[in-house]
Ligand binder design. Sequence first.
Ligand code: FAD
Ligand code: NDP
Length: 518
Amino acid sequence: MGSSEGGSGSYDYDVIVVGGGSGGLACAKRCAKHGKKVTLLDFVKPSPYGTKWGLGGTCVNVGCIPKKLMHYGALLGESAGDARSLGWTTFGKEDGKEHPTHDWETLVMSVQNYVRGLNFGYRTELREQSVDYKNEFGVFVDEHTIECTNKRGEKKNITGEYIVFAPGGRPRYLGVPGDKELCITSDDIFSLQKSPGKTLVVGASYIALECAGFLTAFGYDTYVMARSIFLRGFDQEVAEHIGSYMERHGTKIIKRCVPVKFEKVEDESSPNHGMIACTYKNLDFEFETTEYFDTVLLAVGRDACTTEVNLDAAGIKLNEKTGKVYVDEYDQTSTRNIFAIGDAVDTRQELTPVAIKSGERLADRLFGGRPEFKMDYLEVPTTVFTPLEYGCVGMSEELAVETYGMDKLEIYLSFLRPLEWKTNQEFHDAKKGVEHREDNSVFFKMITLKEENERVIGLHYVGPHAGEVIQGFAVAVKMKATKADFDDTVGIHPTVAEEFTMLKVTRSSGMDPTKRGC
Ligand code: FAD
Ligand code: NDP
């Protein structure tokens, strides 16, 4: 892989980065740090609902960041019961209300103010690092030329020795009548000006369950329409645990159904006037039902932004099934000088830290004198920020069984109730008819491979601070830690995560994995 030394040679730039999200920004900044002349194009086409946003891509504007803030907001409400049992009396007492009250407009204003600050910060950072930022849409003309179109529709061609393609993805629509006209997606929910009211969330994976989780916690009548399983690809025992917890805590689950059409109720005499009528079909019995919602949020997957950029002109090959770009282990596309990173790349995890690390390592390989500094896409930890958070690294039980066979595995389990939740045992959530903090809903699963000295090949944790817990243990799993290594590690007391250092009950023993006492 060659590079143009110090300047742009016969090209306008050493590197053109198309896409200013997690991957593109990280790569552009690192290329500039290596002394290269870099330009970064980032352009957001408004969602069908009309939402648009600034520099930073999905994570910052319509993904991880606003989502985590809303999730945190939801957890604060959930903690109100714990707080009361430990002496706080402020929640809703003034107006005599039993439950904490929530204001959607304040939430959205705080979240969007923070996001706008991040947009500004990225622009400043690019300027400071001499990356030429263009708020323009990039389309391939040939393997070294990009046509840039600004928001006034003015066009200009630029050339680069290398091109890094990092366009990310956008939410998919269902393709049924009324979906684009009446439904919103994750592109819209975090800046929605009016409170969502009675909401239908279509889909049952990361985005659907995370959004349904915080909407339920804020007090909205929230429905999830799942056509099959929860959290496809994740450990299904855990996914079921999360789904049934959400259902017991107020989210209504419409199982085995898919929407057929959406219509606005125009009839002014109807009690549902102004609402969205969703007609949906049961997949087992084929009957159709109509239900009325204030908001319908589609979370049925995302499509890579690879269709409007003339990839053929540059010879870039796609997986026709997924619409994502084929790359090799060096992130090189089918065209020698063009690389692709992030959500638009075939088989890669759609996660921010994956896009960032890919981008940085690509720059280090190209210009940092580390030609073999590849990204390892195995054992990538992740967390689903549902009301009961779920963090994991390594294999699900299903994948481990499929890969090695059940007889090669030892699976350790534990259920417990965190100390922090123990004081409000008497506090039942009257509205939902369940105990606010359920016993034994925190869940640990460790999957080990017997023939490799009980090496840990899958670690799953459902409970508070799942991301924080699994982030640390992921290092151990990546370093091939064994069950004995976990046992040799002294726990930190009193924490929830210490349970991973003292797991005893195996699935094969048939013993009850429920933990009692301290
Ligand atoms: P993006 O961040 O999508 O950036 C691509 C940018 O390129 C966009 O700004 C786009 O408008 C622009 N662009 C596209 N085409 C062009 C073009 N031709 N010319 C110019 N600009 C173009 N990941 C996590 O790790 N943790 C989470 O908690 C998490 N939560 C999420 C929650 C939601 C609701 C969503 C939707 C995603 C979440 N993700 C999360 C995933 C994460 O946001 C993505 O994996 C990450 O943003 C991908 O980065 P990227 O650089 O590939 O693309
Ligand atoms: P996914 O592709 O993970 O899930 C799509 C969901 O929609 C599935 O439940 C699927 O059901 C359902 N679905 C698909 N098509 C239809 C249809 N026609 N009718 C009804 N249901 C349908 O997409 P997400 O949008 O949830 O997430 C995209 C990616 O974003 C994730 O893979 C993840 O990498 C990233 N992300 C990460 C987060 C985090 O780190 N915390 C949070 C959010 C997103 P079925 O199973 O039946 O196919």
